[in-house]
Design a protein around this ligand. Structure first.
Ligand SMILES: Nc1nc2c(c(=O)[nH]1)N[C@H]1C(S)=C(S)[C@@H](COP(=O)(O)OP(=O)(O)OC[C@H]3O[C@@H](n4cnc5c(=O)[nH]c(N)nc54)[C@H](O)[C@@H]3O)O[C@H]1N2
Ligand SMILES: Nc1nc2c(c(=O)[nH]1)N[C@H]1C(S)=C(S)[C@@H](COP(=O)(O)OP(=O)(O)OC[C@H]3O[C@@H](n4cnc5c(=O)[nH]c(N)nc54)[C@H](O)[C@@H]3O)O[C@H]1N2
Ligand code: SF4
Ligand SMILES: [Mo]
Length: 764
C-alpha cells in the first residue's frame, strides 16, 4: 500500500456541491416529494403506485431496504414503507435494462471510469455474461455453459478451501440455506458475508453475555419502554420506520437519549408522512437529550454514566436491580471492582461530552427501569466494537432491563435478510450442533475447519491461497475495506462470479475470467415447475415471514437465486451430492421442509410461514433465560476505555451513509438531512479545526491515512464545516474505503474499523 491507484476506486471528480443548513426534522413533505421523484426516474407513476401497493403488505413482498420489522397487526394500506424503502424498490424495479448490447458498447475499462451512480443507474441486468480471459468486453453466455465453466474451475482446485463464497444480506432464507449446503458439500466453510463488516461485533458480544447473537426486543416493546437510548445509529436515514416506533415511545410518556457525534435530524424531530396533521405542524420531538460523543468515546461515556449510577447506588440505593443481578447474572462483583478503578473526570474527558450532559443522562437512566438500547455501525465498526456492545449490556444488566416488556437489546440490523442468512448457516464459523444436523439430514460429513471471513478472504486471495471468488449478491470490492488491496486480491483470482440484479464495480475489477449471473429481484414473480413460489426472510426482531414478488421479471432469462445455487450445485457435485436439487427448485416448500429438519425454531415452517404476519423465532434473552452462555447466566464483562492519542494534524474519520444511498448503491447525490447536495466527495469538519488547519469552506483537500508504516490516500475532497466534535471528521462510504486498512479490525469479530480511521488532511 503506497498510495498506488488503479480504477478499483470511483473517479475522483466533483459533481457540483450545494449546501443548506442541516435539517432539524426528518421525513415530512420533502420525504414524500423525494419518493415520487425517485419513482419517476425509474418508471411511470402508475407503475410505481401499483408496485408500492404490495410492499410490506401481508401478501406482498418484503421491502428490499433495511431489516426494520413490519408491525404485527395494523398495516396501513399503501403506506407501510418509507422514503428510502421507495428508493430501494424503485432502484430494483426500474424499467431500464442493460443487456449484451450495452456491454458491447462499453468495455470494462470504460465502465470502470464511470461513477458508481452512473453504473448503478444503467438498469437491470438481463443476460448471463462472461468476460473471457484477455477480452475487454463482457459478452453473452448460455446459462448451462456458465454453470459448466464454474463447476470445472471449482473441481480443478487443489482444495475446496481455495474457493470463497460470499453472501450479501438480501438473499432469502431458501437461497441461503441451499447455498451453504452446496458449499459445505463441496467441502469448505469459506462463507464470508456482509455481516462480517456489519453486526459481527454485536453477534459476538451478545452471544457471550446473553447467550444469543440477536437482539431481544420486539416492536411492541417500543410502546412500553420508559427510555430508548439510540447510540451509534442514524435511523432517520437507515431505518426510517423506526421513527414511528420512537414516536410511540414518546406518545406513551417514554424518553429518548441520542448518543452520536452528529446531531442527526432523524433523532431530533419526526414529521410522520402518514399523519397529515404532523406534515403541516411541527411533528414529534424525539430525543430528550443529545450527547455529542467523540468518535469511539462511547465506552468512556458509558463508564462515566455507570460511575455516577454506582455512586448513587452506594449512597442511597434503589438504582440497580439487585434481585435480577442476584438471580440472573454472573460477574457483578468483578465488574464493580473494575468500574471503580476508572477515573470519572478522565472518562468524561475521553467521551468528549460535557459533564452536565453526562449527569443528565445518568439521571434519566436512574429514574427509569424499562430501557431499550438501539445501536448500529457507530458501535460495531471499531477496534473495540465487541467491547462497546458488552458495555451496553452491562448497563442493561445493572438495571434489570432485559427479558421483560419494554426493555432489552436492539442491534438494528442492516440488510433486509442478513439476520436470516446467518440463521440459515451462512457463517464461516458454524456451530458444531448445526453441522451435526446437516450431516444427519443429508448423509455427508460437513467440513469442520473454520473458513475465511471477509477480511481473511481478501488476504487469502491476495496471497494466492484462494483462486475462485463467488458472490451471491452484494458489491464485495466497494463494500470491503482497503479498496486497492481488495482490487488486487480479486484480480489475483482465476475466476470471479457475481449473482447480481444490477451492474456494480465488483464486476469490473475481476479475476482472469469473470461471470455475471443475473437474478430475479424481490419484487418479481418466481415461477417454477409447480407454479408461483414465495420466499421467506427474517427481520431484525426475529420474525420470519413470507415475501412474494408479483412483477413481470426484468428479462425472461433471469433465474431465481435458489435456482442458480441448485444448478451450480448439480453441475459441480453431480452424483456425489446426496441432495435432490431439482426437487428443491420445483417447489420451495421442499427447501423449507429440509430447513425445518436442520434449524431449530422452524418446526412446521411451511405452515407457520403462511400465517400473514409470519412467526417469531425462539429467543432466550427475551424470556430472561441466559442458560446458553458459558456460565449459564447473563455475564457482566470488563471493557477498558480506549484512549486515542492523536498527533498534531491527525483526525479521527468515520465513514457514514448519505440519505441517498444503499450501501454501495448510490440512489442520488444528496444528503438532504445534513444539507449537503449534489456531492459525495466531502469531508465534514468542525469549524474550529478548519481554522487551526487554515482550511476554508469548500477547500479542496486530499485525505492521507498512515497505518503500521503504510500510507493510503484518497484524493480530491471538499471541506464542509459541520457540527461535529473537535478532531472528528466524517466522509461517505465507499469513496473513502481505500483508507480503511485491511489490518485495522475489531478484536474478536474481525470487523473492519470503518468508523475510526486516523487521517491527516493535505491541501491540494
Ligand atoms: N437508506 C439506507 N438504509 C440502510 C442502509 C443504507 O445504506 N441506506 N444500509 C443498511 C445497512 S447494511 C446497515 S448496517 C445499516 C446502517 O445503519 P447505521 O449504522 O445507522 O449507518 P451509518 O451511516 O454507518 O451510521 C452510523 C451512525 O453512527 C454514528 N457514529 C459513527 N461513529 C460513532 C461512534 O464512535 N459512536 C457513536 N455513538 N456514534 C457513531 C454516525 O454519526 C452515524 O449517525 O443501515 C441499513 N439501512
Ligand atoms: N467504509 C465502510 N465500509 C462499509 C460500511 C461502512 O459503514 N463503512 N458498511 C458495511 C456494511 S454494514 C455492509 S452490510 C456492507 C455491504 O456490503 P454488500 O452487501 O456487499 O453491498 P451492497 O452495496 O449492499 O450490494 C449492492 C449490490 O447488490 C446487488 N443486489 C441488489 N439486490 C439484489 C438481489 O436481490 N439479489 C442479488 N443477487 N443481488 C442483489 C446489486 O447488484 C448491487 O449492486 O458494506 C460494508 N462496508
Ligand atoms: S424502514 Fe427499512 S424496511 Fe421499512 S420501508 Fe423503510 S427501508 Fe423498507
Ligand atoms: Mo450492514
Amino acid at each position: 500500500m503506497n498510495g498506488k491507484k488503479t480504477n478499483a476506486q470511483p473517479p475522483e471528480e466533483f459533481t457540483g456541491i450545494r449546501k443548506t443548513k442541516p435539517a432539524n426534522y426528518a421525513a415530512g413533505g420533502k420525504a414524500i416529494k423525494s419518493s415520487i421523484d425517485h419513482i419517476r426516474d425509474e418508471m411511470t407513476l402508475g407503475q410505481g403506485i401499483g408496485l408500492l401497493k404490495q410492499m410490506n403488505q401481508k401478501k406482498g413482498f418484503d421491502c428490499p431496504g433495511c431489516a426494520w420489522p413490519d408491525p404485527d397487526e395494523k398495516r396501513a394500506f399503501l403506506a407501510e414503507y418509507c422514503e428510502n424503502g421507495v428508493k430501494a424498490i424503485a432502484e430494483e424495479a426500474t424499467m431500464k435494462r442493460v443487456g449484451p448490447e450495452f456491454f458491447k458498447q462499453h468495455s470494462v475499462a470504460d465502465l470502470a471510469s464511470k461513477s458508481d451512480y452512473w453504473i448503478g443507474k444503467s438498469g437491470r441486468l438481463t443476460h448471463p455474461l462472461i468476460l473471457r480471459e484477455d477480452s475487454s468486453h463482457y459478452e453473452e453466455i448460455k446459462w448451462s455453459d456458465a454453470f459448466q465453466l464454474i463447476a470445472e474451475q471449482l473441481n480443478s482446485l487443489e482444495s475446496p478451501n481455495e474457493a470463497v463464497f460470499y453472501t450479501s444480506g438480501r438473499t432469502s432464507n431458501e437461497a441461503a440455506f441451499l447455498y451453504q449446503l452446496f458449499v459445505r458439500q463441496f467441502g469448505t466453510n469459506n462463507l464470508p458475508d456482509c455481516s462480517n463488516m456489519c453486526h459481527e461485533s454485536s453477534g459476538a458480544a451478545l452471544s457471550e453475555t446473553l447467550g444469543i447473537g440477536k437482539g431481544s426486543v420486539t416492536l411492541q416493546d417500543f410502546d412500553k419502554a420508559d427510555l430508548v437510548i439510540v447510540i451509534g445509529q442514524n435511523p432517520g436515514t437507515n431505518h426510517p420506520r423506526m421513527l414511528s416506533a420512537l414516536k410511540e415511545t414518546k406518545k406513551n410518556g417514554g424518553k429518548i437519549i441520542s448518543i452520536n457525534p452528529l446531531p442527526e435530524a432523524g433523532l431530533m424531530r419526526f414529521k410522520d408522512p402518514q399523519s397529515p396533521l404532523e406534515l403541516i405542524g411541527s411533528g414529534t420531538e424525539l430525543a430528550d437529550l443529545h450527547l455529542p460523543v467523540t468518535i469511539n468515546g462511547d465506552v468512556a461515556l458509558l463508564k462515566a454514566t455507570l460511575l455516577i449510577m454506582l455512586a448513587e447506588e452506594e449512597k442511597n440505593g434503589g438504582v440497580f436491580d439487585h434481585r435480577f443481578i442476584q438471580e440472573k447474572t454472573a460477574g457483578y462483583e468483578g465488574f464493580v471492582t473494575d468500574l471503580k478503578t476508572n477515573d470519572f473526570d478522565q472518562c468524561v474527558l475521553e467521551s468528549g461530552v460535557e459533564e452536565s450532559l453526562v449527569r443528565q443522562a445518568a439521571q434519566i437512566i436512574m429514574n427509569n427501569d424499562k430501557i431499550i438500547i438501539c445501536w448500529a455501525m457507530g458501535l460495531t465498526q471499531h477496534r473495540n466494537g465487541v467491547q462497546n456492545i458488552r458495555e451496553v449490556v452491562n448497563l442493561l444488566l445493572l438495571k434489570g432491563s432485559i427479558g421483560k416488556p419494554g426493555a432489552g437489546t436492539c442491534p438494528v440490523r442492516g440488510h433486509s435478510n442478513v439476520q436470516g442468512d446467518r440463521t440459515m448457516g451462512i457463517w464461516e464459523k458454524p456451530k458444531e450442533s448445526f453441522l451435526q444436523k446437516l450431516d444427519e439430514v443429508f448423509s455427508f460429513s460437513a467440513p469442520r475447519d473454520h473458513g475465511y471471513d471477509v477480511v481473511d478472504a481478501i488476504k487469502a486471495m491476495h496471497g494466492g491461497k484462494a483462486k475462485v471468488f463467488f458472490a451471491l449478491g452484494g458489491n464485495f470490492l466497494s463494500a470491503s475495506p482497503d479498496t486497492e488491496f481488495c482490487g488486487e486480491a480479486l484480480r489475483n483470482c482465476d475466476l470471479t462470479v457475481h449473482v447480481s440484479t444490477k451492474p456494480n464495480r465488483s464486476h469490473l475489477i475481476h479475476g482472469k475470467t469473470a461471470l455475471i449471473l443475473p437474478c430475479l429481484g424481490r419484487s418479481e414473480k418466481d415461477v417454477q415447475k409447480t407454479g408461483e413460489q414465495f420466499l421467506s426472510v427474517e427481520n431484525s426482531m426475529g420474525v420470519v415471514h413470507s415475501t412474494q414478488g408479483n412483477l413481470k421479471p426484468a428479462s425472461t432469462l433471469l433465474l431465481s437465486e435458489p435456482d442458480i445455487v441448485a444448478s451450480l450445485a448439480k453441475a459441480t457435485l453431480g452424483a456425489k451430492s446426496s441432495v435432490d436439487w431439482d426437487k428443491m427448485i420445483e417447489n420451495y416448500d421442499n427447501i423449507r421442509d429440509v430447513i425445518e429438519k436442520v434449524v431449530p425454531g422452524f418446526e412446521f415452517y411451511n405452515q407457520k410461514v403462511r400465517e400473514p404476519q409470519g412467526f417469531y423465532l425462539p429467543n432466550n434473552a427475551r424470556a430472561a433465560n441466559f442458560e446458553p452462555t458459558k456460565t449459564g447466566k447473563a455475564n457482566f464483562t470488563i471493557n477498558p476505555v480506549p484512549f486515542h492519542n492523536l498527533n498534531a494534524g491527525q483526525y479521527k474519520m468515520m465513514t457514514i451513509r448519505t440519505h441517498d444511498q444503499y450501501n454501495t448503491t448510490v440512489y442520488g447525490l444528496h444528503d438532504r438531512y445534513r444539507g449537503i447536495y449534489n456531492e459525495r466527495r466531502v469531508v465534514l469538519m468542525n469549524s474550529e479545526d478548519m481554522k487551526s488547519e487554515n482550511l476554508v469552506e469548500n477547500q479542496k483537500v486530499n485525505l492521507i491515512g498512515r497505518f503500521e508504516g503504510e500510507i493510503r490516500r484518497a484524493d480530491n475532497f471538499l471541506v464542509v464545516s459541520y457540527p461535529i466534535p473537535r478532531r472528528c471528521t466524517a466522509t461517505y462510504f465507499p469513496e473513502t474505503n481505500v483508507l480503511v486498512p485491511i489490518n485495522s479490525v475489531a478484536e474478536i469479530s474481525n470487523t473492519p474499523t470503518s468508523k475510526l480511521v486516523v487521517i491527516s488532511i493535505e491541501k491540494r
